[in-house]
Design a protein around this ligand. Structure first.
Ligand SMILES: [Ca+2]
Length: 476
């Protein structure tokens, strides 16, 4: 009898030790919106800051790219499947050319399916659409709705409440099984309708009237450091919604519009921070906080005036990079490069939960980075944007060096940029008018011809490795 009791205790201890996961994903947020990535940012986010202070902050976290103007769709499908951008499942348009069709492959096993099978209770709340619906529907509890309004019922509070209710229900039922909660928000994606009291802190106004544009206000965030009135050449996606049709911005790039829109972005992000605070407090009260891995990220970054761009369809660092913070049992607080993609989330969560990642996964577990055995999981990062004219934009980064290429509008725009991100982290171009010769695109500088050739070769090999179907003009 004593032995049986002992065994039962051991079993329940082992069971209790399975960690919980709270995966927080916001929609359209540049890492540089957050104080942890830009100390000058006026964004008030005490809960995200405290996650960062007690957890590990990644400086090299990227979404890999998109073959659609809806960058969210590719990004979120990569998270759910652990697959890379040219391999993830895609719906082909009726008239899609055969050569662009993805090869037929087994349907990837998704994050909720894996955790359901491993005995986890899975729940999600998020915006609707622009994601991988086959995965979304596999969570045991699904509370999806697009909430971009300025009230509690129509905004981020609603997503927070779904998680609060779910946790309350677990508490009432005394649920023992560990949880995986996919805590998604619909903001700060446009329309960035902030709550009035939060907008007031950033001197911003919600508005949709083209004829009554917002006035400058001293409380509005300053213009981004790499702001331009116009991008130096066409980005290659004519009529792109995010660049010309977002209510409140349209094709305007004047100071008042950009600063007001940043204020709106920050008001929405602060509301998200408040919702995260509610949930963390609840987890603490339930005694679950210390056994929960909390991940904070965004599906991709965002321009809002940086480089004269407005949307998420470019490969500058403000948009190609994402914020990524992990806090949880055994993680030592600090900062690392990491060199992770969003698609590595699946393998890492599996690793932390002691689950084998599925054969369809291509991501790399960055648990060795969380435990600080490693600083990074890979050396080379690849980025693509091919949602407009083809081939589109490509980028590759290794160490401090980054190459970006544009091959768009039927070959009428063919541009190459080379940055040293250590010297020029904001990717200043000649158009920014900096006096320092290091603060510009170096592609045309003969002193860097060797580095340029090296990066060109690296980009080509990454494109081939990842089955990129659209070679660039100088790669054929
Ligand atoms: Ca998004």
């Amino acid at each position: 009898m004593k032995i049986l009791l002992f065994l039962l205790t051991l079993t329940s201890l082992a069971f209790a030790k399975k960690p919980n996961f709270l995966f927080i994903i916001v929609d359209d947020q540049s890492p540089f919106d957050l104080k942890i990535y830009d100390p000058k940012s006026p964004l008030v986010s005490p809960n995200i800051n405290s996650l960062a202070k007690g957890g590990l902050v990644f400086d090299g976290s990227y979404h890999m790219g998109s073959w659609s103007g809806a960058v969210c769709t590719c990004s979120r499908t990569m998270i759910m499947t652990g697959q890379s951008v040219w391999r993830i499942p895609r719906k082909l348009k009726k008239n899609a050319k055969k050569r662009n069709a993805a090869p037929v492959q087994p349907r990837p096993k998704t994050l909720p399916e894996i955790f359901n099978q491993a005995g986890y209770q899975t729940m999600r709340t998020c915006k609707r659409g622009n994601s991988y619906s086959l995965a979304n529907g596999k969570f045991q509890v699904v509370k999806d709705a697009t909430k971009r309004g300025e009230t509690d019922e129509t905004g981020s509070h609603w997503h927070g409440q779904q998680v609060m209710d779910y946790l309350g229900d677990r508490e009432a039922r005394k649920t023992e099984e560990p949880f995986l909660i996919y805590f998604g928000f619909s903001h700060p994606h446009d329309e960035r309708n902030g709550k009035p009291e939060l907008l007031a802190k950033y001197g911003a106004k919600n508005h949709r009237d083209r004829n009554s544009l917002p006035a400058l206000h001293p409380k509005q965030p300053e213009l981004p450091v790499n702001y331009l009135k116009v991008h130096p050449f066409p980005h290659g996606h004519p009529g792109l919604r995010d660049e010309v049709k977002v209510p409140g911005v349209w094709e305007n790039r004047d100071e008042a519009t950009i600063r007001n829109e940043l204020g709106r972005e920050y008001a929405c992000s602060e509301n998200i921070d408040i919702q995260i605070g509610r949930v963390l407090k609840k987890l603490e009260a339930m005694g679950e906080l210390d056994n929960t891995y909390i991940i904070y990220t965004s599906d991709h970054g965002m321009a809002i005036g940086r480089h004269g761009l407005q949307g998420k369809q470019n490969l500058y660092e403000h948009t190609w990079r994402v914020p990524y913070i992990v806090k949880g049992p055994g993680i030592k607080a600090g900062r690392v490069q990491g060199n992770i993609y969003l698609m590595d989330t699946l393998a890492t969560l599996c690793d932390l939960a002691g689950i084998k990642a599925p054969a369809t996964n291509e991501g790399i577990s960055f648990k060795p980075v969380l435990t600080r055995e490693k600083q990074s999981v890979r050396d080379v990062m690849f980025g693509a944007y091919a949602g407009g004219t083809k081939p589109g934009m490509r980028s590759v980064r290794k160490g401090d060096w980054k190459l970006v290429k544009f091959d768009v509008l039927d070959g009428t725009v063919r541009e190459t940029q080379l940055f040293n991100l250590k010297d020029n982290p904001h990717e200043f171009l000649a158009e920014h008018g900096k006096n320092d010769p290091k603060l510009k695109d170096l592609a045309g500088d003969p002193a860097h011809a060797k580095k340029l050739a090296e990066m060109e070769a690296l980009l080509k090999s990454e494109m081939e490795r990842l089955n990129d179907p659209y070679p660039l003009w100088d790669q054929k």
